[in-house]
Design a protein around this ligand. Sequence first.
Ligand SMILES: Nc1nc2c(ncn2[C@@H]2O[C@H](COP(=O)(O)OP(=O)(O)OP(=O)(O)O)[C@@H](O)[C@H]2O)c(=O)[nH]1
Ligand SMILES: [Mg+2]
Length: 621
Amino acid sequence: MPHLPRIALAGVPNCGKSALFNGLTGSRQKVANYAGATVERRWGRVVLEDGTRFHIVDLPGTYSLDAASRDQEITREVLLGRRADEAPPNALICVMDATNLRLHLRLVLDVKRLGIPFVVALNMVDLAERNGTRIDVARLSQELGAPVIPTVAVRRAGLEELRRRLPELLAGMAPRAAAADDYTPLDTAGLRALQKRAREIAAAVMIAEGAASRISRSLDAVLLHRVLGPLALLALVFVVFQAVFAWAETPMGWIDSGVSWLAVWVKGLLPEGWLTSLLADGVIAGVGSVIVFLPQILILFFFILLMEQSGYMARAAFIMDRLMRSVGLNGRAFLPLLSSVACAIPGIMATRVIDDPRDRLTTILVAPLMTCSARLPIYTLIIAAVIPNDDIGAGLGLQGLVLFGLYVAGIVNALVIAAILRLTVTRGGAQSFLMELPKYQLPALRDLALGLLSRAKSFLTRAGTTILLASVALWLLASFPEPPDGATEPAIYYSFAAMIGRALSYVFAPVGFTWEMCIALVPGMAAREVAVGALGTVYALAGTGESLTASLVETLRNAWSLPTALAFLAWYVYAPMCFSTLAVSRRETNSRGWTVFQFGYLMVLAYVAAGATYWIARALA
Ligand SMILES: Nc1nc2c(ncn2[C@@H]2O[C@H](COP(=O)(O)OP(=O)(O)OP(=O)(O)O)[C@@H](O)[C@H]2O)c(=O)[nH]1
Ligand SMILES: [Mg+2]
């Protein structure tokens, strides 16, 4: 890797660097319609037709070379060659958004001072054309003293031409490490001169300037409206959770019957014995009970991707800014928190866009409270088991409403705890929030499909690895030692797992958990949805012949009292996150103390919440 020349992609956030990177390398980096989608650098290798090989690096976007936030700092360090382990790139592709030349020229002019040879990819020319902007490309190239190639990164247009120009760029590449030493940050006068020059060039090359589209303005008049905006956001989120239940029902039914059929088939095919039990009760019951949730996860991500691609996500951050400010965070924290709805890990990584270290720390600490998609299986399983599938009018279901409530609870918890932290352990002044609103775009179907595909893949991979292993391990623990002669209880009752479960139930009985639930808590630390798989395995083993075909939902409905089920839900609203999240927290906060604090406070909250729910529900029932 170190021997190949390196080309870096530089540009303002949201100009299409990652889309271009994906186009050039065939990889699938996150492309999203808001500033700050990329927070890390990513490498890829490119081989040109003439055999030239080089590495290309995708960087977080930056508005200037002396930016403050962690993601932009990475870009600056890479471009200036300040990273200990690597020299500055040999050449650059500066990506510009053709619909916003002035802003983008400023960065290009600043980058030009580095003295690293570059080409300009004049991206989003499709949008520029549509809104009536026309640019004199030859003149722009002349003014910048570098080749300018019009591109449409998402449709891979112009990439051939770009590739053709790269060998000549690499031929004239700078001796490594020379460039950055001469770079000094601009003083105010220098900055002004640079801005003036950017304006001049923009004026000179713009043959016609289009206005922001009318559609965009009228959409914003509603979606960013003081009253209508928040209402629209709330309505949208509500619809999403209704859809998660309503649309997923049928495909989930198919998967569920497929899994049950498979278990029965295996039991019928193989002679009774440990292998059959391992396959049917361990692998199929464990992994199967998690895979059932694939449709729901995909529906949730369908909406998230839609919001990211259309440009609505950044507006949602804007709407939430006031609320966020009232708890001492700012609108910037909204996107990381929203990413945590997928998973806290990318969410915590996304906090790199937050400049202020205390804001950032607070956001990291509360991110696991947002309802991650691994909780979805647990929530829906228990909701399906204990909440009646009533119609609450207007075609809305009670189950969807409860799920919506749990997600809202996650958000409220995150905000309340952020407010408390901001007043105590992470006290400090609040920062103002500035974020460019991206253009509205119709989501590209291809990108949506690819996004969903990669989600499905990672979910199934987890099911096939972590969850499979946990299910097998649990099956072992739950099947041995074998019951003594003349045993009256199901075999699992005498197993190691039951011993562990009963030991744990000294701690958890006061909050209403049964020993079967306690067994599921342990593997649930590896990944939350494993708890569902574990329940699948435990109840499959504890079950008698007739409940073999009964779904897990039916089994739980009979086995758990309502207070117990609600307490389990409450536990997972706060539940100590999976270990991978803790590892990422540790890395991003760079502090063991804060990680322990995070784990500790979530643990305590989970226990208290489960207990309170259990006792209140019992008193009411
Ligand atoms: N119409 C159009 N949309 C584009 C083009 N290039 C990128 N996009 C869209 O612009 C948005 C931003 O693209 P990204 O590749 O994520 O931008 P980025 O520069 O990597 O952004 P950061 O990582 O936040 O700095 C996405 O919604 C893309 O689908 C283009 O040439 N034409
Ligand atoms: Mg990017």
